[in-house]
Design a protein around this ligand. Structure first.
Ligand code: MF3
Ligand code: CO
Ligand code: CO
Length: 325
């Protein structure tokens, strides 16, 4: 009998051991001097009423809170290593945010039990930090949101744990590039579908899936404002973005099909086929010139840059200086 031909090792269906859930530690406390967002005690945010555009005062506050979130993401990225539990990352983010007189926005948002989302490998988003140690070869998204001076700053990035195989590196790289391409289309008068179109076109080129169930959102005094930013193309999303609008872009791309399944914790979204998923996120402001990234440090750094270098993507230039075409 002829020997069955072995599939090449470089296919996109490499099998990885599934992520197993660990134990979730008790709820961390917040000292009384921290100003709480409206949902912190009840778990329920009031219905969204904020317009998409921000006042000059809100914009100033969002620059500060955005920089704070970016700094925390940079700091926690240095803790990522094999053997470190996602609960330890949560502890670090919680303490660091509180140390800067801010509130960790995820904590008790619609009942979310922790202060940051940690999404490993096939977890698409909203992973709950627990006792699982990171393993050599894992990829992880850390999604930091902080609330200070009455506004939220929301940003996330992927990080590599030890030696990561080539397909996962490609996934991480092209997800970051898709976010960069989406940011580049933002300007006053830009239609919402242009954002999803830029992401979907880039994903298609690299045969990656685009998750449809989770989308970018308005952000400001509200964690999730009413403005919806899908990461796929749909001509019906024809709303125009005006100057002073703030929102997130946070594409989730997958190796293979983007269909998902929820764990029975009602938060953790995983790919149905067990293949890996990646996500990057920024909070953005529409300016007269085009767009400003709010989730970067005062000197224009963010955690995206070091991952870009690790996976061989070029670091994003200062789009905020870009003139409207
Ligand atoms: N930061 C996430 C986002 O990008 C939202 C997390 S909601 C939580 O929109 F409850 F899971 F924290
Ligand atoms: Co977000
Ligand atoms: Co986020």
């Amino acid at each position: 009998m002829a020997k069955r031909k072995r599939k090449s090792a470089a296919n996109h269906n490499r099998w990885h051991r599934p992520v197993l859930r660990g134990l979730v530690s008790p709820k961390r406390s917040v000292p009384p001097h921290i100003k709480l967002p409206p949902y912190a005690l009840t778990g329920q945010p009031p219905p969204s009423t904020a317009p998409p555009e921000r006042t000059p005062e809100e914009i100033a506050a969002m620059r500060h809170t955005g920089a704070l979130a970016a700094e925390v993401l940079l700091e926690v990225s240095e803790k990522v290593a094999p053997g470190v539990t996602t609960d330890a990352l949560d502890c670090f983010v919680h303490e660091t945010i509180i140390g800067r007189n801010a509130y960790p926005s995820p904590l008790n948002y619609r009942g979310f039990p922790k202060s940051v989302c940690t999404s490993v490998n096939e977890v698409i988003c909203h992973g709950i930090p627990d006792s699982r140690p990171l393993e050599d070869g894992d990829i992880i998204n850390i999604d930091v949101t902080a609330y200070r001076d009455g506004v939220h700053g929301d940003t996330s990035a992927m990080f590599l744990v030890g030696e990561v195989e080539a397909d996962s590196q490609m996934l991480v790289r092209e997800t970051l590039v898709s976010l960069q391409k989406a940011i580049e289309v933002v300007r006053p008068g830009c239609q919402v579908f242009e954002i999803g179109r830029a992401i979907q076109q880039h994903a298609k080129k690299h045969k990656l899936g685009v998750v449809r169930e989770f989308i970018g959102h308005g952000v400001g005094a509200e964690f999730h404002g009413a403005l919806q930013i899908p990461h796929y193309y749909d001509a019906r999303n024809s709303r125009m973005l005006s100057e002073h609008t703030t929102f997130t872009i946070e594409p989730m791309l997958t190796l293979g099909s983007p269909f998902l399944q929820m764990w029975d914790d009602d938060w953790t979204a995983v790919t149905l086929n067990g293949q890996r998923s990646a996500q990057f996120e920024h909070t953005l402001l529409v300016t007269s010139e085009g767009v400003e990234i709010l989730t970067q440090t005062a000197s224009g750094e963010c955690a995206h840059d070091s991952t870009a270098e690790a996976v061989g993507a070029s670091v994003f230039g200062p789009v905020s200086q870009r003139a409207v075409a």
